[in-house]
Design a binder for this molecule. Structure first.
Ligand code: PMT
Length: 326
């Protein structure tokens, strides 16, 4: 679902953004979502934190792939690949570093604090006693806290707000609500856009209502380009927030050039370039000042690339806050 970054002029981009939002099926319980996000942001922004403007920073981490429904009563859809590992792991490191995290994730993908658990943790830990009562809850809790030592910090500190999406329509409407709620935080807000976002979609009004029938022969369907929301995020939704987008390619020869293009075109503070096959081993942080490769520490068996990556990002965010508050 790669668009080649499109070549829309500013006016036609504005038009395609307006058309996307006006034609999208309305988000369910959007008022409730807005209230929850505003409450989470307000609560965390009043909490004092050492350094960086004296208040807790808030990051919106997006994770997992968006779907593009092909029918309004959806039976079939096009999906975007992402296991959610990058987002979930990064969210854990941000919480550990004292950030409050809005975790906008695809339903059913990897969640923070669960990636090291066995596939069926409940069934593995719980067993029936002779009298048919369930044993093993203590083992289950100990497994969770052992594999995820920072889970209590997230739970007790109200540091993680989990918001699920499935479709591209839900994702972009939710991102807009979250960004506008985070706007008052100014530079203390950060966006870490690791979700794999669809580049093409079927507009709701041209979409078949019922299941498409195979008896009608080959399927001929027109997909429209999803407008990139990065520019409007920077310009209108949260202009002072520190913004990081990701660039995924399967061809290493074009990766850095495309990341560089995205950095300049959408005025991102950083673009994290990664290749599908090596994404768990290395990434390149692309900034206007240069390109920084970041590697997983291979000498440590349980290491991941998100640990050094999020550390570098936190440092850059701190510098950005200092420079913006000057
Ligand atoms: O989840 P994992 O299995 O761990 O994999 C992680 C990952 C490879 C999915 C992740 O590291 C990653 O690269 N995510 C971004 C994938 C992606 O959508 O790349 P892109 O080149 O198509 O888009 C670039 C950026 O533009 C993204 O930050 C996206 O949020 C944004 N975008 C994309 C399309 C669109 N219509 N609007 C957007 O704003």
């Amino acid at each position: 679902m790669e668009s080649g970054d499109g070549a829309l002029s500013a006016t036609s981009l504005d038009e395609s953004i307006t058309s996307f939002f006006t034609s999208a099926p309305p988000l369910k319980e959007s008022d409730n979502l807005r209230e929850r996000v505003m409450e989470f942001v307000e609560l965390n922004s009043t909490i004092a934190a050492a350094g960086d403007g004296g208040h807790r920073k808030v990051v919106c981490v997006t994770s997992g792939g968006t779907t593009v429904p092909l029918e309004q009563r959806c039976v079939r859809y096009i999906d975007n690949f992402s296991s959610g590992h990058r987002g979930a792991t990064s969210a854990e490191y941000f919480v550990k570093a004292g950030y409050a995290v809005v975790f906008l994730h695809r339903r059913g993908t990897i969640m923070p604090y669960t990636r090291s658990l066995p596939e069926d943790p409940l069934l593995e830990c719980l067993e029936l006693d002779g009298d048919s009562s369930i044993r093993g809850l203590i083992e289950f809790l100990s497994l969770i806290t052992h594999t995820s030592p920072h889970l209590p910090q997230a739970v007790a500190g109200n540091l993680l707000l989990k918001l699920p999406f499935t479709t591209i329509f839900e994702y972009l409407q939710m991102l807009q609500i979250i960004a506008k709620a985070m706007k008052p935080l100014g530079p203390l807000a950060m966006f870490y856009l690791a979700a794999a976002v669809s580049d093409f979609y079927v507009p709701w009004q041209t979409m078949a209502e019922h299941k498409i029938q195979s008896a009608s022969g080959p399927l001929d369907m027109r997909l429209v380009q999803v407008p990139k929301m990065l520019a409007i995020l920077r310009k209108e939704w949260a202009p002072l927030a520190f913004c990081i987008s990701f660039k995924l390619e399967t061809d290493s020869k074009i990766l850095l050039e495309k990341a560089d293009m995205a950095l300049r075109k959408y005025k991102m503070h950083m673009v994290i370039a990664n290749e599908l096959l090596t994404r768990k081993e290395e990434v390149t942080v692309v900034t206007v000042d240069g390109k920084i490769p970041v590697y997983r520490d291979k000498s440590q068996p349980d290491s991941d690339v998100e640990q050094p990556l999020t550390e570098l990002i936190r440092n850059k965010h701190s510098t950005y806050i200092k420079n913006t508050n000057r």
